[in-house]
Design a protein around this ligand. Sequence first.
Ligand SMILES: *Cc1c(COP(=O)(O)O)cnc(C)c1O
Length: 461
Amino acid sequence: MRYVSTRGQAPVLGFEDTMLTGLARDGGLYVPETVPVLQAGEIAALAGLPYEEVAHRIMWPFVSEAFAEDDFAAMIARAYAGFGHAARAPLVQIGPGHHLLELFHGPTLAFKDFAMQLIGQMFEHVLTRRGDRVTIVGATSGDTGSAAIEAFRGLDAVDVFILYPHGRVSEVQRRQMTTPSEANVHALALAGHFDDCQARVKDMFNDFPFRDRVGLAGVNSINFARVLAQVVYYFTSAVSLGAPHRPVSFTVPTGNFGDVFAGHIAKRMGLPIEKLVVATNQNDILHRCLTTGEYRPGEVTPSISPSMDIQVSSNFERALHLAYDGDGAAVAQLLEELKSGGFTVSQGALQALREVYVSGRASEEETSETIRETLGTTGETLCPHSAVGVRVARDHLGATPMVTLATAHPAKFPDAVEAATGRRPGLPPRMADLFDREERTTRVENDLAAVEAVIEERRAA
Ligand SMILES: *Cc1c(COP(=O)(O)O)cnc(C)c1O
């Protein structure tokens, strides 16, 4: 499998280099040159298999040139061994034709563990084989950072630096990043928003001398390996609801568009997905863009679902690349226009996007109300992100089963849940001592040189 940049000007790479590189050198994102299509019989044969076995079958065509098959199976086994649920991604029904896909049974209680735990295993394998060492830098609105630190803590070949917006992540998220004591993991509290963190990471990747000096690697959702790992649970859940014989729809609480784009890949692989519903909070640039074709970032308004508080959604570029039929020059042009305020998607591309995606938004009040109502009608406690999804999904229920992705455990966002329900959700027992552990963090200015200086100083020589 070969991987090309969405902007068409970077070298074509295999899986291993795509994973290690993260952002392409032309500023674009790597995507597979072609997507393998599974036959209906192959999809039907996934029914009842362990999550790990489905993961192996779905991902193998994308990675087969990088790994021996036994090694890959062992990486998958290790990646999901630390999950707190035997099904890994269990489905729970919350209403007629409406199901919740619980993606929060990993070590940091959010769906990002699915990809990050596997990426940790794949990086370790590849770097050990190469006798190499890298510096992983990532931006987080809360969940990516803790998932990355959890996945890489204590590994020999990697230093990890995570930029998070100071004062804008929940206490549980912050503690998950600041309490691991391993010397190779570093939480950096940046004076700014998540978009600032993300912009500084992009700047570092575009500073080629720095990038080469420290061996920069990225594990943000721009890394295609992450998207790939997230394709798997679309298959496990759809198959348990009757796919490929019965189509299934999904609603995905969306920020950086990585999770929902994984659904798009699943659809291209042959999974019969009827609707892919993009659910946003009040930071609704994606909903507005899919409605009007105008992509114009405004100010971020902090919400009770902070992991979706974004105005620049990196992975949307991958959907644009498909909508523009792989025309890298057209995508590069749009992203150039974004620098001066925004862009308008062409009629043809907008139509292509709408063939795959529909969208909706939930206000803060609707989100709280949904947490309260769902607890009352089902006994399930939703995190605010999942509640955005459940709310938006209601407008799309029908004969086709709807799966809403529950992206985090409610205990990661206890204040919002308590405000909605009057009850404070508790951490699972395996994490109960989180508030007693010692924290370690470094404050940094929202300035490229300052961030780079900290990284050069702290990374192991
Ligand atoms: C990251 C995250 C999201 C958004 O996912 P994207 O892939 O960025 O769209 C939604 N909910 C939670 C809890 C998250 O951590």
